[in-house]
Every structure is written in C-alpha cells, then in structure tokens.
Design a protein around this ligand. Sequence first.
Ligand SMILES: Nc1nc2c(ncn2[C@@H]2O[C@H](COP(=O)(O)OP(=O)(O)OP(=O)(O)O)[C@@H](O)[C@H]2O)c(=O)[nH]1
Length: 265
Amino acid sequence: MCGHGKLSDVQVHFFGGVLSGEHAARLLQHSANATSGSSAGNTSAEESSSAEEGAAVRGGSGRITRKRKAQTSFVSECALPTSKGLFRLRAYRHQGRKRHEPVVMVAGEAKGEGVHVRVHDQCQTSEVLGSQRCDCREQLDASLKHIQAHGGAVIYLQQEGRGIGLANKVAAYALQDGGLDTVDANRALGFGDDERSYECVPFILEDMGVSSVKLMTNNPFKVDSLRELGVNVLGNIPIVIPTNEHNAKYIQSKVQRMGHLIDSL
Ligand SMILES: Nc1nc2c(ncn2[C@@H]2O[C@H](COP(=O)(O)OP(=O)(O)OP(=O)(O)O)[C@@H](O)[C@H]2O)c(=O)[nH]1
C-alpha cells in the first residue's frame, strides 16, 4: 500500500469525514492485514499465523497461502468458584481462520435437549476495564446468573470487537466519538459489520453431549449463523439489559442497524 508516495498522501474516506496522513495509512494497513487471513502482521489480537499447519495453496493473486482445516480440541476441565457460584470451566483450542482458545462455563446438568446456552464474544473494554459504552459485561453476568439458576453453559469466545480485535475496536470507538455509529465505524475501517465466526461451537456442543439448545441472545444473525453450522437451536431466551447514558446509542444501533430484537425471535 505504501510502496509509492508518502504517508501524508494517504486518505481514508468514511461516512461523515476524511482521515489523512499517517493515521489513515495505519488504519488501511490494519484493515488489509485483518482481512488477509493468515498472512504475517495480522492485527486481531486473538489471531495468529502458523506456517506448519494445513496444506499450501495458491490463491487467485498467485500468492502462496496456507489453507487450514478448522479444528477444535478439548484441553481440560476444572472447578471454578466465582462470585456467582461454582462452575465447571472447560477449555478448548481452536485452529481455523483464526486461532483462539474457547472456554465454557458450565452449571448443573448441561447435556441433551434444550440446554440453555449463551455464546458470548469477548469484550475486554467492558468485562476487564469497566467500560459502559456497551452492554456486554452485563449480558455476561446475566447469563452466568441464569445458568446458575437453570443449568446450562456460557461458551466464551475470544472474538473481541465482533472479531476485529481490540486495537481495531478502539479505532472504531474513536470514529464513534466523531459521530459514526458502530456499523459505519467498522465499515470506515474496511471491516464487515460483523467479522465473528462460530465454527468451533458445533464441536464444543457435541463434545459436551448437548443435542439442542435454547440460545440466550437478542441477535437473530447469531441464531441463523449457528443453525447454518448445524446447531439445533430450539429458540431464544432474550437478555434484556437496562441501558445507560453511555450505551443508549449503541443499543439503538444494534436494534436499528444489526437487527437485534428485544423480544423473542
Ligand atoms: N467492532 C465493535 N465491536 C463492538 C462494539 N461494541 C461492542 N463490541 C463487541 O461486540 C461483541 C458483542 O456483540 P453484540 O453485538 O453486543 O451482541 P451479540 O453477541 O451480537 O448479541 P447478543 O447475543 O444479543 O448479546 C463483543 O465482541 C464486543 O467486543 C463496537 O462499537 N464496535
């Protein structure tokens, strides 16, 4: 990208404005790296490359790339006492388009038909740093409390920022500080609206002996994605979290632009 010209020549146009100079160049480089699969320099924190895996294939560009077979494996399980009660924590490793380590919090008998399951994606800004820009931490807390009461599982995936990674999410937040909503901010950075993949979930459920689920979510796209992967989703359990002054616009964007429903799907 920067083979010709100077950084100061680079401009990124986005809804409502133009970024220029080194910042724009860096954002474009991030976007290119993050969308180029396993090439070196990937910027998603949870993504890593490993040349020894999979078969070498030649892409349309003539570039040799590594095509990996998606694979999930169980690693171990331990007891996990928490402020919300005692859980079992199951750890997996997944190697696919992105490499990550899914974990599952399990309470009660989580096997067979109609198990209450939440598939939750990492949000360090709220879950670790206490951000109120979103409702992710509250959704995680509510899900853990729910499975303590009813039995079930929370599958926690390292897909920060709807899969774009932590640093890119901060860049998206910066654009939202300038007026874009969560969808347009992703697009301005060159990402899709949602870059998450749930390809490890069917294996994890099968490994746990879960044959069908009631999914704790307000997101129809998540239900459709899991059904397309072969997960038997019997229905959803809405997770309704009161909004605050900092996340009201984000929640509104999730409903208006990403099809989230507050009532039953
Ligand atoms: N790119 C981006 N990611 C965000 C933003 N706010 C939260 N996230 C990420 O969004 C993911 C959670 O997705 P949500 O759309 O809030 O909810 P969901 O999981 O699709 O739907 P529910 O199951 O109903 O919670 C987590 O990975 C967060 O890190 C944002 O403004 N931009």
